[in-house]
Design a protein around this ligand. Structure first.
Ligand SMILES: NC(=O)c1ccc[n+]([C@@H]2O[C@H](COP(=O)([O-])OP(=O)(O)OC[C@H]3O[C@@H](n4cnc5c(N)ncnc54)[C@H](O)[C@@H]3O)[C@@H](O)[C@H]2O)c1
Length: 279
């Protein structure tokens, strides 16, 4: 049954926890959820930015590192104290792996240029991105995205399963649906999330819990703006000729979280301007 209120708000009466929502896509999703009548709980690594976003949206905030299972367990204890029920979990927290690295932008551009030259038949030069990837960088990438999604789903299910209802949205990426050199750890983490999503969706379908993923194309946020020199190339490769806005992803999340998507589970919705077309 649709649960729209008299104002037509699609998430009226729902409570949603959104990870990594102090800024970027998570914040945009939280904003749209509030507009659609939901109570939101904003997670991020540090409480100050999470609280600032929560205050501006009229929600609550909780700190926690999704890559750390003990931190996630503590966070969900707080969430359980804040709300009687958890209707929606959006596993959005993520990293590019370039954070805090002053040379990262140049390394990415050099890497792209090396790949393009080698693909054009010039003798390959230098190391490849995967050769430069340290154990720590690999583990951190999988830790935040893949482990984080698992840890948060496991805790959320402890609340949703007794309710016999729930809605989980995992943030994938087009990088998890097709290959892209120079991003093997990120692509592996995001592809893992999509596989995890399908398996979990099947596991909990009988408990009235839906699990879907969003696989955004290239979107303007603090994560991608440091790669501005690549934007002309990315726009040229996108049939719609532009990068997406955070709101393009927020609307996909509203749809998946709403009753309009009641026949959707185990799916990957990919707003990407036509970059990657599937099924
Ligand atoms: N921007 C894009 O083009 C794009 C495309 C596809 C997928 N995504 C994915 O969308 C999600 C959001 O990306 P964004 O562009 O808004 O990035 P962003 O860097 O603007 O925001 C990410 C947020 O996650 C938080 N975060 C990072 N690690 C965390 C952790 N361990 N625990 C809790 N919070 C943590 C950060 O503090 C930040 O507030 C990510 O999962 C990203 O991989 C982004």
């Amino acid at each position: 049954m649709p649960t729209n209120d008299t104002n037509g708000r699609r998430l009226a009466g729902k409570t949603a926890l959104i990870t990594g929502a102090a800024r970027g896509l998570g914040r945009a999703i939280a904003q749209r959820f509030v507009d659609e009548g939901a109570q939101v709980i904003i997670n991020d690594l540090n409480i100050a930015p999470a609280q600032a976003t929560a205050d501006s949206l009229g929600g609550q905030a909780v700190a926690g590192d999704v890559a750390d299972s003990a931190s996630v367990a503590r966070m969900f204890e707080q969430v359980a104290d804040m709300t009687e029920r958890l209707d929606i979990l959006v596993n959005n927290a993520g990293i590019s792996g370039l954070e805090g690295d002053n040379n990262a932008q140049q390394r990415v551009l050099d890497n792209v240029e090396r790949m393009q030259r080698a693909a054009a038949g010039e003798p390959p030069t230098g190391d490849t991105g995967t050769m430069e990837l340290s154990d720590d960088d690999w583990h951190r990438m999988l830790g935040v995205h893949l482990n984080g999604t698992f840890f948060c789903c496991r805790e959320a299910l402890k609340l949703m399963n007794p309710q016999r209802s729930g809605n989980i949205i995992n943030m994938g990426s087009i990088m998890g649906t097709f290959g892209r050199g120079g991003g093997t750890a990120y692509c592996a983490a995001k592809a893992g999330i999509l596989g995890f999503t399908r398996s979990l969706a099947h596991e909990v379908v009988g408990y009235n819990i839906r699990v879907n993923a969003i696989a955004p194309g290239w979107i303007h946020t603090d994560m991608t703006d440091p790669l501005a020199p690549m934007h002309p190339m990315l726009k040229a490769a996108t049939p719609m000729g532009r990068l997406g806005d955070a709101d393009d992803i927020a609307w996909a999340a509203v749809y998946l979280a709403s009753e309009e998507a009641k026949f959707m589970t185990g799916q990957t919705l990919s707003p990407n301007g036509g970059w990657y077309m599937s099924q």
